[in-house]
Ligand binder design. Structure first.
Ligand code: GLP
Length: 240
């Protein structure tokens, strides 16, 4: 794993975008794995600007996203579909039909199987963006003795509900379940770009860098198994 430390969130976002851009220029028909959360917003801003400036194009790219809340309307501002539309899809020239997010109206695992089909059709990604939960979760793969290989409906931990409540009116409004890509698919990419910013990610970042054990109770530790993983962090996440 290569760790790239930046002085600020802005610098971190720019450096991650530079890597992303160089890979997309090399292969315009790249298959992209995209992530939501507040951390990749700066990266997406840089990509939108780069396309406006003619540096990159998403015309030939295809994308899959990691996760979505169960039972949320895609037009709801808290849905990950809305996030992706607002932060990237509506602002670049990616073809809407080439973008995919998991969707589950209920807790039925049939929705997970449907998304696995989408992932199988897409095949391995060229670039995968990942954020980091405070508890080391990847997508919505929460710490556990066993982790899902493939897409599943997952019950969110109290910690994640609390962390994500900042986007909702109250903690009660946070959906209790999500549909999430499993670990095998989340890591099925040639290059993984992980982003972590701010003091509240310090413990997780420290654990990734310093702990020499792979531990399913800290899903982010599995990143060490990937041969081409870049961890972009800002000073606050690195130093606390
Ligand atoms: C959510 C998402 C994760 C994301 C994490 C961190 O729980 N399911 O994919 O990495 O939040 O979000 P943030 O970047 O807002 O800290």
């Amino acid at each position: 794993m290569k760790v790239i430390v930046s002085d600020s969130y802005e610098e971190m976002s720019k450096k991650a975008a530079d890597l992303f851009k160089s890979l997309l220029v090399e292969k315009p028909q790249s298959k992209l794995g995209l992530a939501t959360g507040s951390t990749p917003v700066g990266l997406y801003e840089n990509l939108v600007k780069a396309q406006k400036d003619g540096e990159i194009s998403f015309h030939w790219a295809k994308s899959v996203n990691l996760d979505e809340y169960v039972g949320i309307d895609p037009k709801n501002e808290q849905s990950y579909q809305y996030f992706m539309d607002e932060n990237l899809f509506n602002k670049v020239n990616i073809k809407k039909e080439n973008t995919h997010l998991p969707k589950a109206d209920t807790n039925d695992e049939k929705y997970a199987k449907e998304y696995d089909k989408v992932l199988d059709e897409m095949g391995p990604r060229d670039i995968q963006i990942l954020g980091l939960g405070n508890n080391g979760h990847i997508a919505f793969n929460e710490p556990a003795d066993k982790l899902n290989k493939r897409t599943s409906i997952v019950k969110l931990t109290d910690e994640t509900i609390k962390a994500n409540s900042r986007f909702f009116k109250s903690e009660e409004d946070v959906p209790k379940y999500a549909i999430s890509m499993g670990m095998a698919d989340a890591f099925n990419a040639k290059t993984i770009i992980v982003l972590a910013s701010g003091k509240n990610k310090f413990d997780a970042v420290k654990k990734i860098i310093e702990d020499d054990k792979i531990d399913t109770n800290f899903p982010a530790s599995l990143l060490h198994l990937h041969p081409n993983c870049y961890l972009f962090v800002d000073k606050e996440a690195y130093e606390g």
